[in-house]
Design a protein around this ligand. Structure first.
Ligand code: PHE
Length: 358
């Protein structure tokens, strides 16, 4: 055995015995690196007799290829077993019970908004939105509530210090300004609902300074009170899930509708507990009416061609009634224990796409 065979055999043995990829890398450097032993053989070629160089060169190259091949295949083996070892250590026991995670809850107000939206979406109403901070025109004047009108006092309005375009700014006292904004920027026919926050300076067990309403607006060439009634009766029976829910429409007054009505649903009070459905008592749930011609005009709609109805209902009230929550203020305390109790599973809320089962 000469040098070439000794060096080659020694490396092949060490490579076969290398225990990990780091040791293997050390061997590669020792053999084929710039100062490695096999590389060193090549450097001796210069001193060999010229007639021996070709044969010697071939042997060196074969030695180099053998070592390189051995390095490669050992690396593949080591990579494999290192990966298997890692996978072995990382085994997941899929039979373990899941760790409890704090899951979020849907607030009853959001839940009821979803439910109401789904019901009206089924009837072809789209959702519209408007700003919480309104100007005097959209919140009052366009809705046929001129300055000095007593309805402005009734609304206990929050006024802002700022003005915009010479208009007083207010926290909107109802969602009705969304009717105006929608009619101003869209062509009739209209069929929208507008859920959102509303504000009045008021606070007791059934009033909070911020509360929620849903506005409804349906404008077309021939929409009449019959449509209003059908829509709202359908809505009330669906939201409370009572097929024969008694109802009545009482004449009322709103400056922006003519005629105007309030809708009551049948209820009973047993030992102070309110029950929706049959009984001898009535509970007001919403205001409604045929949109006043002046309102249509203010919003740029020709009242000689278009007509329809509008309604507004308090979302929080519906949530209290439907889910038996006694104090409105608890809705807005932000107590997570309360939310855990009264909130809803996020995976259970009705989706618009699914529509409603009937
Ligand atoms: N905006 C009225 C309110 O806040 C409700 C309403 C809306 C009545 C639309 C009639 C038509 O009380």
């Amino acid at each position: 055995m000469d040098d070439v065979d000794t060096i080659t055999t020694s490396f092949l043995t060490q490579i076969a015995e290398a225990g990990d990829t780091a040791a293997l890398e050390d061997l590669r450097v020792a053999a084929l690196g710039r100062k490695g032993a096999v590389t060193g053989l090549m450097k001796t070629l210069g001193q060999a007799a010229p007639e021996d160089r070709k044969a010697l060169g071939q042997r060196f190259n074969q030695a180099k290829d053998k070592v390189a091949l051995a390095l490669d295949s050992r690396r593949t083996e080591l990579d494999q077993s290192e990966m298997l070892a890692r996978l072995g250590g990382e085994t997941i026991d899929v039979t373990l019970p899941a760790r409890p995670r704090p899951d979020g809850r849907i607030h009853p107000v959001s839940q009821v908004v979803e439910e109401i939206t789904a019901i009206f979406a089924d009837m072809g109403f789209a959702v519209a939105e408007g700003p919480d901070i309104e100007d005097d025109f959209h919140n009052f004047t366009a809705l046929n509530i001129p300055p000095e009108h007593p309805a402005r006092q009734m609304h206990d309005t929050f006024y802002l210090d700022q003005e915009a375009n010479d208009e007083k700014l207010v926290m909107r006292t109802h969602t009705s300004p969304v009717q105006i904004r929608h009619m101003q920027s869209n062509e009739p026919p209209h069929r929208i609902i507008a859920p959102g926050r509303t504000y009045r300076s008021d606070s007791d067990q059934t009033h909070t300074p911020m509360f929620h309403q849903i506005e409804g607006l349906a404008i077309d060439r021939d929409i009449h009170m019959g449509h209003l009634k059908g829509c709202l009766v359908d809505f009330a029976r669906t939201i409370f899930g009572i097929e024969d829910l008694p109802f009545r429409f009482r004449p009322s007054h709103f400056p922006f509708t003519e005629p105007s009505a309030e809708m009551d649903i049948g209820c009973s009070r047993v030992n102070g507990e309110l029950r929706i459905g049959g009984g001898d008592d009535w509970l007001e749930i919403l205001g409604c009416g045929m949109v006043h011609p002046k309102v249509l005009k203010h919003a740029g709609v020709d009242p000689d061609v278009w007509q329809g109805f509008a309604f507004g209902l308090g979302i929080d009230r519906i949530a209290m009634l439907k889910y038996g929550i006694a104090d409105l203020r608890s809705f807005f305390d932000g107590d997570v224990r309360w939310l855990r109790h009264y909130g809803f599973d996020p995976l259970d809320i009705p989706t618009l796409a699914a529509g409603l089962a009937r």
